[in-house]
Design a protein around this ligand. Structure first.
Ligand code: CP
Length: 314
């Protein structure tokens, strides 16, 4: 079956097609134009084994706006709590014949593994430190709407890169679209081997932000720092937190992004996050619904074709 497991598997044309379609959905969402026929008759199951506000809510809304029957698995009240494995849970749900399975899981690679066991389309809603493809797509759409293009831009991704699936998916997408990507992080939060991705690496915010078009901040992911070095929040904000003074080193029209959830006063100054002249954080959330509509629309079309051709059981 067709899946959306990572940006890794997408080419430039597929990324552009998804963003173009999402842009049209974004405009229709603003105008209140409904598209309830697109996923009519299809069943979407959302399985979130890790907390989420934005991704889960927007996948649910996206499915509803396209007319799917949407079911949210309540993991906390499910048999997962009795020790049922991911694969057994997936096979159980697969037997209920869903068409779209949206999965978030704390383990890198868990969603890929699950996709091999089911015969419906699987969308990765974030797996461990690996990928968060719809986040990168919604970030790309937000950037393109603000900057009118999605190539030859200078984009800084700042903060806890080592633990970030958002950074990983964005580095791949922005690189594939021929942008200049800079990573800014303390050495302890910079993954090794990033230079292989064709990015520039900095540990000083002011240096790294010089003349960039886009500043993408990341959350300090303490829950993934299992026993390792956790910086003090005050010290971290002083050196790596984005505020108006550090932002002044970027281009005067540089936009500020954050995937959320954000820690105000840790990686970003709260007043700057709310400054609608610089921050596109709320637009990112809005684009999240449109991108998920586009992704499910495309996968559903591919799924119908695969079923018609007999490649996937109907
Ligand atoms: N950006 C993002 O994935 O947010 P949630 O964890 O709230 O879904």
């Amino acid at each position: 079956a067709p899946h959306l497991l990572g940006i890794e598997h997408l080419g430039q044309d597929e990324i552009t097609a998804l963003i173009d379609l999402a842009d049209r959905y974004a405009e229709d969402n603003r105008r209140g134009v409904a598209h309830r026929d697109v996923l009519a008759g299809l069943t979407q199951i959302n399985m979130f084994f890790e907390n989420s506000t934005r991704t889960q809510a927007s996948f649910e809304l996206a499915g509803q706006r396209l007319g799917a029957d949407v079911m949210n698995m309540g993991i906390a009240s499910s048999s997962v709590k009795k020790g049922e494995t991911l694969i057994d849970t997936a096979l159980t749900l697969n037997a209920m014949r869903p068409d779209l399975l949206v999965v978030r899981h704390p383990n890198s690679g868990a969603v890929d593994l699950l996709a091999q066991k089911v015969n419906c389309a699987v969308l990765n809603a974030g797996d461990g430190r690996h990928e968060h493809p719809t986040q990168a797509l919604l970030d790309a759409l937000t950037i393109r709407r603000a900057k009118v293009r999605l190539h030859r831009l200078s984009i800084a991704i700042c903060g806890d890169i080592a633990h970030s699936r958002v950074a990983r998916s964005n580095i791949m997408l922005l690189g594939k679209m021929e942008n200049r990507v800079r990573l800014i992080a303390p050495p302890t939060l910079m993954p090794s081997g990033v230079a292989d991705f064709g990015v520039e690496v900095f540990d000083d915010m002011r240096e790294g932000l010089r003349d960039v078009d886009v500043v993408m901040m990341l959350r300090l992911q303490k829950e993934r720092m299992d026993g390792g070095f956790i910086p003090s929040e005050r010290e971290y904000f002083h050196r790596y937190g984005l505020d108006a003074e550090k932002l002044a080193h970027a281009k005067p029209d540089a936009i500020v992004m954050h995937p959320g959830p954000m820690n105000r006063g840790v990686e970003i100054d709260g007043t700057l996050a709310d400054d609608i002249n610089r921050s596109v954080i709320q637009e990112q959330v809005e684009m999240g619904v449109a991108v998920r509509m586009a992704a499910m629309d495309m996968l559903a079309r591919n799924l119908r074709e695969a079923r018609k051709a007999g490649a996937v059981p109907a």
